[in-house]
Structure formats: structure tokens, C-alpha cells
Design a protein around this ligand. Structure first.
Ligand SMILES: *Cc1c(COP(=O)(O)O)cnc(C)c1O
Length: 374
């Protein structure tokens, strides 16, 4: 390809639309600290996601970190989580002085294996932190049953599942809280940004304080908070992008259908499955998994390298799994993580964004077929 094709590309509204949106900021001089757009975006997102409460944040990571903090777990408590995720999920636990207990995943959809959670529960366990990875919805019923049985909190990292629905229920209604990321590279962006969705009204107040230094009133600082407020320029971007979201999701869907049409039936690769009729997908990612038994352990890396030579940048997402990250390798409880490591070694996320050219898609498909044959 003449121009680089990256794995994703940030969606942006028409320039004039954004400029019109931010013009009033030059009159008000109110740029952050829960301004007009911040309030407006909370209302709009509550509607869009169909959730009772939402708290906007500066990014998805702080949304997760402060949600965990807000739950007030004792230092050293354990949280059962998946290692097959973006490093943020694990960092958020550790930065709260808590201990991640990694649980293996299922190779069918790469989410936490709900049948392996119970055996990891100890007296120190306080919560489960699953991830709807690539937009694949976890086994939420089973996870909630376990949480109820052992009196655990459930916090979903829903960064990959923005806007998804199960039957008619927004994905943000599950567990005690769900966090979303509005990073530039996600399905929906506010440049940088994130949010927490939940039911409990008290959590709204707690998060409001925590994202503003723990300041409760002019003279009372009640907690050790952070600065995690979303600014007005980001909120304005979010309000603009929301108007084009549905169209972008449909453009993603078209491209996914193109991939699936042309790559299905190849026995060396497993394609993502978007056929669950109960789920409304938002088509964030297109991960393919190479079957190492059929095409060798090196195929994923080979295809990644070869595509790079053609100016096409796919991603080994997630490699390494977070349990194997240099900063905490071997530090936490050793649990067999065979499936997670297999997925980490054999999955390649292919380029996908609303404006991705069909010429590029064709090139990617042709190349993958050629590499597998040789
Ligand atoms: C993007 C992402 C995050 C972090 O969100 P940021 O907005 O980048 O801070 C957390 N978890 C997962 C699974 C993500 O993909």
C-alpha cells in the first residue's frame, strides 16, 4: 500500500461541526471542572447506553482505577481477573494496592473462563474483574451467580463493548459497575476519555469526589483522590462524535462482513463470531486466531511481519498477556493460563475503521491467504 494502513484510525466529526461546538468556550472561559458540555454528555451517554448512572472521566484507565478505589477494599485483597486484556486492567488493580489473581480464558470467545473462577476464590477475594474482550460478552449470568454466592463485587472492563446490548439491556447495566474507554482509538472517542456506568447513587457522589482530588466542599478534603475530570473540549468532541456513531458502526459492520465473506472456510484461522442474535454489536475489532497445530506456531508473527512489509499494520493484541508483562512476571499466584497464552501467541487483530478502503481490505485478505498457502 502507498499509504500506511494502521490497525485503527480515530473517528472525527466534520471540522466545522466541532469548531461551532467549541466557539462558546471562548465566551464562557469555562474549560473544565464539570462544565456545561460535561453535564450534557453525561445526560446523552446515559440515554445512549441505557444506564441509570454515569460518571465521566479523563480516560478509561482512571475510570477503572477510581471505581476500584471507590469500593473501598482492604489493602492486599484479591481480585480475580483475566490476563487476556490491555495492561490497564491489571495496573488498575495493583495501583490500588490489591492483588490480581489471574484466571484462564475460554478459546471460544477469549473471555474469562467462568468455570475456573470459583476454585480461585480465597478469604481475601473481594471482587471479579472480567473484560468483554473484543466486544465478546462474558458469561454474565454465571459470573453474577458466583459473585452472589461469595458476596463479591463485579466490575466489568467494558472498554471494548461500548454501546453493545444484550437483548434490549445496555451492557453497562451489569455487575456493580462497568467502565468504558473513549480513547482516540476506540469505536467512540472523546479524544481521551472514559466513563463508569452503575446503579448505586452513592457511587456517583464517591466518584465525583475522587475524580476531583477527594474535595468534598471548599474546606473539606475527605479522601485521597486523583484528578480525573473530563475537560470541555473532550466532552464537546464526544457530543459531536455521538451524532455520527451509528453511521460509523454500520461502516465497521460492512468491513467485517467483507472480511468474513472472504476469510471464512479457511481451516487454519478462526474468525470472530458476530452471530449471537441476542447481542447488538458495535464491531470494535476483527481478531483472527491462527490454529498453531495446523499452520505452525510462527504463522501469526510471520503474517504480522509480512503485512508490515506491505505497509499494513495489524496488532498482536494482546501479546504478551498481562500476567507475563515484564513488571510483574512471576510476582503473583501461579495459575495455569494455557488458553490465554495460546490466544496471546496466535491472535492477530486486523485493521478496522469506518473509512478503511476496500482496496486495503482486499490486499489484506489476499495476503493472508497467500501466506497461509506457502
Ligand atoms: C483502552 C482500554 C483501557 C484503557 O482505556 P484508556 O481510555 O486508554 O485509559 C482499559 N481496558 C481495555 C480493555 C482497553 O481496551
Amino acid at each position: 500500500m502507498d499509504d500506511k494502513v494502521l490497525v485503527t484510525r480515530s473517528s472525527m466529526p466534520p471540522f466545522e461541526e466541532y469548531v461551532e461546538m467549541i466557539r462558546p468556550l471562548w465566551e464562557s472561559h469555562w474549560l473544565t471542572n464539570m462544565g456545561t458540555y460535561h453535564k450534557q454528555l453525561e445526560v446523552e451517554l446515559k440515554k445512549y447506553l441505557g444506564v441509570p448512572q454515569i460518571s465521566l472521566m479523563v480516560n478509561g484507565h482512571m475510570a477503572l482505577e477510581l471505581t476500584i478505589q471507590a469500593m473501598g477494599f482492604p489493602e492486599g485483597s484479591e481480585i480475580i481477573t483475566t490476563p487476556f486484556t490491555f495492561i490497564s486492567t491489571t495496573h488498575a488493580i495493583i495501583r490500588n494496592k490489591l492483588v490480581p489473581v489471574f484466571c484462564d480464558i475460554k478459546l471460544s470467545d477469549y473471555t474469562i473462563d467462568e468455570d475456573k473462577i470459583e476454585e480461585l476464590i480465597t478469604e481475601k477475594t473481594v471482587a471479579i474483574l472480567p473484560v468483554h474482550v473484543y466486544g465478546n460478552v462474558c458469561n454474565v449470568k454465571k459470573i453474577q451467580d458466583i459473585a452472589d454466592k461469595y458476596n463479591l463485587k463485579v466490575i466489568y472492563d467494558a472498554a471494548h463493548a461500548f454501546g453493545e446490548k444484550i437483548q434490549d439491556t445496555g451492557i453497562g447495566n451489569l455487575g456493580d459497575a462497568s467502565i468504558f474507554s473513549f480513547h482516540a482509538t476506540k469505536v467512540y472517542n472523546t479524544i481521551e476519555g472514559g466513563a463508569v456506568a452503575f446503579r448505586d447513587e452513592n457511587l456517583y457522589k464517591k466518584l465525583y469526589n475522587l475524580k476531583n482530588f477527594g474535595i468534598r466542599s471548599e474546606e473539606i478534603v475527605a479522601e485521597v483522590g486523583a484528578n480525573a475530570k473530563m475537560n470541555e473540549f473532550s466532552a464537546a468532541m464526544g457530543l459531536c462524535n455521538l451524532k455520527h456513531l451509528q453511521q460509523n458502526i454500520l461502516a465497521r459492520k460492512d468491513r467485517i462482513e467483507y472480511y468474513i465473506d472472504r476469510l471464512s472456510g479457511i481451516e487454519e484461522i478462526k474468525l470472530p463470531d458476530f452471530r449471537n442474535a441476542e447481542i447488538t454489536y458495535t464491531y470494535g475489532y476483527f481478531p483472527i486466531m491462527f490454529n498453531a497445530e495446523k499452520c505452525g506456531k510462527k504463522m501469526r508473527n510471520y503474517v504480522y511481519d509480512q503485512l508490515r512489509l506491505q505497509n499494513i499494520f495489524s496488532r498482536k493484541y494482546f501479546y504478551p498477556i498481562t500476567a507475563d508483562a515484564a513488571c510483574f512476571k512471576n510476582k503473583y499466584k501461579k495459575v495455569p493460563l494455557e488458553n490465554a497464552r495460546y490466544a496471546g501467541d496466535n491472535i492477530l487483530v486486523l485493521p478496522l475503521y469506518p473509512e478503511l478502503e476496500y482496496e486495503a481490505l482486499n490486499e489484506i485478505v489476499k495476503s493472508i491467504k497467500k501466506f497461509i498457502k506457502n
